[in-house]
Design a protein around this ligand. Structure first.
Ligand SMILES: Cc1ncc(C[n+]2csc(CCOP(=O)(O)OP(=O)(O)O)c2C)c(N)n1
Ligand SMILES: [Mg+2]
Length: 562
């Protein structure tokens, strides 16, 4: 029997589907290509919040951070051509970080397709490698079906970004169509035989190590995997910028893998005889540039758990590949009868001691010492704080000296994408207004999306933004001094007064030139009830927390002589 459905515009059907799938927030920059959808959003303004941003790069980063934080697809709505191209950076980040997100793009009218109409791009080609899936909806009656597919694709297996392209005239078509139901995610679980093999591998190991990483985690899954680590006395490391999958203050946490890994931890990974990698892709940054494990067959025995079958055996041939969701694997691992850990039990405390030694702030050159400042924040910040950053050498200080408190206290791009620190903080504060959000950016990083400070002001997102100003694109200067010592070119920066910038936008600004002044400046920012910027002027010499710029140059020159 045919059921009658109310007549709705394509735009109304679209927004109704978003609501059905649980969308509460959309990040975007408007465009005339999706006016009908904006109008449908107007009608739903009490149930879906539309966060207006200043640049689509900021909006797509916000959607990515929202997806990472909540586990629900972050939604970004942009216009065709210029809007769609600006949004690319968040999509690349979401892809590499396995973050569920959906990019909605207003498109030229169907009748003008393929004439290179105003701002026309074929997004199937443009986003081919940057998205899990790209669809263009040609018939408004198919919106429920294709939106449902978009949500399932963003979340199923290895989560990631999806693009949905919406021709302008399709959005105004009037149709009668049934709604979809809310998405339902199916995840694989480890087979009993896999868990038995895992237990056998662990029982015969002398030096196992657990690595946590990737997307698709939940607080409960983190608690279960922690219980597994505790019961079997496993040392736990985290993949690059997945440092919040276990509370860094936990006795079994032995450090994070990434650029600038603590040398004893790097050594320990190479020396271990069983790696249990739960969730990470084992990408370049996590594996020390593919040096920790032999390719394609690691010298260590390896158990690789991933939600996507396609990731298993893609780079490394694991001894035991397990295709499972994180929660499903963690629950089974927790339920596994613990093995006799006497062979390695005592080594955990040694590895932990190496980690603790590494996070003791090392005095840095210059009057404002970033290691000491992060060390102070480590004692000051509450347990539910969210700490964000982009890319740059300043981030290495945060990752080394700050102890992330547990699931989703960190938002950082594993693709090393600059400009993430500001928009991700805005998304975090909007998604979790009750939590403190502290954002780190370099002087380079900040101005890649510093315009979104204005979005923070507009939406009352009271975040403390810390700008670490060393007057340069420090990371690139470091590489320059390493490979082409003394030939400094294209890496110096002349910076604005970032505290004045904050005030000009309606926020609060502080300038810190001495370590001792930081604490009071930070407390003023927290108390003032406005988004604020702390402009810290650091010494260029403090290029990393492990070596000064002159020492690095000296070493490189000495190497060239040989
Ligand atoms: C979007 C983007 N552009 C360029 C790069 C290359 N890159 C990596 S780090 C970096 C410099 C970062 O400078 P800054 O934010 O000042 O941090 P610093 O290294 O000085 O602490 C650059 C240019 C990148 N990773 N991402
Ligand atoms: Mg810099």
């Amino acid at each position: 029997m045919a059921t009658a459905h109310p007549r709705r515009s394509g735009a109304q059907v679209l927004i109704d589907q978003l609501r059905i799938h649980g969308t509460e927030t959309i990040f975007g920059v408007p465009g005339e290509s999706y006016l009908a959808a904006l109008d449908a959003l107007y009608a739903q303004r009490n149930s879906i919040r539309y966060v207006i941003c200043r640049q689509e790069g900021g909006a797509s980063y916000m959607a990515e951070a929202y997806g990472k934080l909540t586990g629900k697809p972050g939604i970004c709505f942009v216009t065709r051509g210029p809007g769609a191209t600006n949004a690319a950076v968040g999509m690349h980040t979401g892809f590499q970080d396995s973050t569920p997100m959906i990019l909605l793009i207003g498109q030229v009218a169907r009748e003008t397709t393929d004439r290179e109409a105003f701002q026309e791009i074929d997004y199937r080609r443009m986003y081919g490698q940057m998205a899990k899936w790209v669809t263009q909806i040609e018939d408004a009656r198919r919106i429920p079906e294709l939106l449902s597919q978009a949500f399932h694709t963003a979340l199923n297996g290895r989560p990631g970004p999806v693009v949905v392209v919406l021709p302008e005239d399709m959005l105004t078509d009037e149709v009668e169509v049934a709604d979809a139901g809310p998405y339902r995610i199916a995840r694989g679980a480890p087979a009993a035989a896999d868990m038995a093999t895992l237990r056998e591998l662990l029982a015969t190991s002398k030096q196992p190590l657990l690595i946590l990483g990737g997307g698709g985690w939940s607080a409960e899954a983190c608690a279960d995997i922690r219980a597994f680590a505790e019961a079997n006395h496993l040392p736990v490391a985290t993949a690059f910028r997945n440092q919040d999958l276990i509370d860094n203050r936990h006795a079994n946490f032995v450090g994070d893998l990434g650029l600038g890994v603590n040398p004893p931890l790097g050594k320990r990974i190479k020396e271990s005889d069983l790696i249990i990698a739960v969730g990470p892709r084992l990408g370049e940054a996590t594996t020390g540039g593919y040096t920790m494990f032999d390719l394609p067959v690691p010298a260590q025995k390896m158990v690789h758990v991933h939600a996507s079958a396609e990731e298993l055996g893609r780079v490394y041939q694991a001894t035991l590949p397990i295709n499972s969701g994180m929660a499903q694997f963690a629950a089974s691992a927790k339920a596994m009868k613990p093995v006799d850990a006497s062979a390695w039990k005592d080594k955990v405390a040694v590895a932990r001691a190496d980690y603790l030694k590494n996070i003791e702030p090392v005095p840095q050159p210059g009057s404002a010492d970033l290691a000491a400042i992060v060390g102070w924040l480590n004692t000051r910040l509450p347990d539910d704080v969210i700490v964000t950053n982009g890319a740059g050498n300043y981030a290495g200080f945060v990752h080394r000296f700050f102890q992330y408190r547990g699931f989703r206290t960190q938002l950082a791009p594993t693709n090393g994408s600059m400009g993430y620190g500001v928009p991700s903080a805005v998304a975090a504060k909007i998604a979790a207004p009750g939590r403190m959000v502290v954002s780190f950016s370099g002087d380079g990083c900040f101005l890649m999306n510093g315009q979104e400070f204005s979005t923070a002001v507009q939406h009352g997102a009271n975040i403390v933004f810390i700008v670490v100003d060393n007057g340069m694109y420090g990371t690139i200067r470091m590489h320059q001094e390493r490979d082409y010592p003394t030939r400094v070119h294209g890496t110096e920066l002349k910076n604005p007064d970032f505290a004045a910038y904050a005030r000009a936008f309606g926020g609060h600004g502080e300038t810190v030139e001495k370590t001792a002044d930081f604490a009071a400046a930070f407390e003023r920012c927290v108390a003032i009830g406005k988004p604020s910027i702390i402009h810290i002027k650091t010494d260029a010499e403090a290029i990393t927390s492990r070596i000064t710029l002159s020492k690095l140059r000296e070493q490189s020159l000495a190497k060239q002589k040989h």
